[in-house]
Write a protein that binds this ligand. Structure first.
Ligand code: 5CA
Length: 445
């Protein structure tokens, strides 16, 4: 993409309404624009990152054997009356009446709708296990929407629902989700720690939240520092194997890690003192096992291998897709702007032309642009007639992890400058070597 032809409405001033760094940078970098409280338009740069995050979520869900689909945003109130949640959900639910006087709502979550789909089409244990998921906009009329996309009213969520014939199979689904989520967040360059939590209006006994440590987070957490050093990496996990998944879950749930809702002072004090940690944190996902809560209420049964009708065991599993942009920025920025992890960066690298209009510089930039594009990468070429300082500040703000700078002196010597946004380190090398380096960096991502 050439910056002269892109729509990147960067703000010079720091918007006064933004209280936390991710919100400030998302506004300043022209990623989002508030449309009304807690509701945002996703401008091209923000939309690009949102899609990258969505894509990682899809890939990891499919790797775990889960099936993508799409349910509507507007739902009939009747299903929610069946489960009993229409009255229970309270003021967070946006209720709408259509022209025929029918009660509708903008879905805050989808347990009822998916249970209805399931009971209409599935009747036998032979069709199980099954996990269906979608990535769809949700609406929760939060009393205090704040911090930009972090606590929105309209937000994008991945929500998945498992259907299993008994408790043991459902716990395998729970474990499979935990492993798959660990991998999902790691691919985004995030450390998200699973912590025992409270189930709130979704219900159920077993639930873990995934938390990214950040001073600006809304949750208070207590944990053993041993867990913050753990990584899943690229170890092979067989998602169909109960033992494989259970082993990973066991590893991650052994060190103490809880949110304030389930915090147990005695257990916490049993951790060696030097490993006790408390922090603020951002909740980027949550998994639930709630058994037959919805299947009992809505009559979702399957025949088991003895021919008896049994209510199906369920769980639901959510990832805050739009919130993740804020969480990633909170975890990865400096005083100049965002620092995108390679896995989610909107463009793979920036090209800065220090003397736009100079034939040699323009030619070198065009060649770089063509070579990177031919390698399947997306560069953002700042081809505007701007001062070098303004171009650098813009690139630093939008946070592309790599920048190639082309100037008249370098071109004369046959070199360009490759700079890492994270470390600030620069290196002079030939244009071919710079392209090869960028290609290599992204090869495994
Ligand atoms: N049905 C379950 C799982 S599918 C569910 O709704 N879970 S949830 O309430 O925990 O939401 C899932 C994730 O959505 C949360 O972990 C959080 O990351 C994100 N989320 C929840 N509320 C908001 C909000 N107001 N703004 C942005 N993200 C949100």
């Amino acid at each position: 993409m050439r910056l002269s032809r892109y729509f990147l409405p960067v703000l010079k001033e720091t918007p006064s309404e933004a209280q936390i760094v991710s919100h400030r940078y998302m506004l300043r970098a022209g990623m989002i624009k508030q449309s009304s409280a807690g509701i945002y338009s996703w401008l091209p740069l923000g939309f690009k990152v949102l899609k990258k995050i969505e894509n990682i979520v899809h890939e990891e869900q499919i790797r775990a054997g889960h099936i993508p689909m799409l349910m509507p945003t507007l739902q009939s109130a009747d299903l929610w009356r069946e489960s009993g949640r229409y009255d229970d959900y309270g003021e967070e639910m946006l209720r709408i009446t259509d022209r025929h006087g029918r009660d509708m709502l903008y879905g805050p979550t989808n347990e009822e709708l998916i249970t209805d789909i399931f009971r209409s089409h599935v009747g036998s244990y032979k069709d199980l296990p099954m996990t269906l998921y979608h990535i769809q906009w949700k609406f929760r009329d939060e009393i205090r929407p704040r911090f930009g996309v972090m606590r929105g009213r309209e937000f994008l969520m991945k929500d998945g629902y498992n259907f299993d014939v008994d408790y043991e199979s459902a716990m395998h689904a729970y474990n499979r989700h935990m492993v798959s989520y660990l991998r999902t967040y790691e691919r985004m360059g995030l450390k998200a720690i699973p912590m025992r939590a409270d189930s709130g209006p979704i219900g159920g006994d077993d639930t873990h939240e995934f938390l990214v440590l950040a001073d600006t987070g809304e949750s208070e957490v207590f944990f053993d520092s041993a867990i913050s050093d753990m990584t899943l990496g690229d170890r092979a996990v067989d998602f169909d194997s109960r033992d494989d998944c259970a082993a990973v879950v066991n590893e991650w749930t052994t060190p103490y890690a809880r949110t304030d809702e389930t915090h147990d002072e005695a257990l916490y004090n049993a951790i060696p003192e030097e490993r006790r940690r408390t922090s603020r944190a951002i909740e980027v996902g949550q998994i639930f096992y709630f058994g037959t809560k919805y299947s009992d209420a809505m009559g979702a049964t399957v025949s088991n291998n003895q021919g008896e009708q049994v209510p199906v065991h369920m769980g639901s599993h959510g990832i805050g897709v739009s919130r993740l942009l804020g969480a990633i920025i909170e975890a990865s920025h400096d005083d100049k702007g965002i620092i995108w992890p390679e896995g989610v960066t909107p463009f793979h690298c920036g090209i800065v032309n220090l003397r736009q209009g100079d034939d040699a510089c323009d030619g070198a930039c065009e060649n770089l642009y063509a070579a990177l594009t031919a390698a399947g990468l997306e560069p953002l070429y700042d081809d505007r007639k701007e001062r070098a300082g303004a171009k650098f500040a813009g690139m630093d703000l939008i946070g592309l992890p790599w920048r190639i700078t082309v100037g008249p002196r370098g071109v004369k010597n046959g070199v360009v400058e490759l700079t890492s946004r994270r470390t600030g380190e620069s290196e002079d090398l030939s244009a071919e070597a710079a392209v090869a380096r960028i290609v290599e960096i992204y090869a495994g991502i």
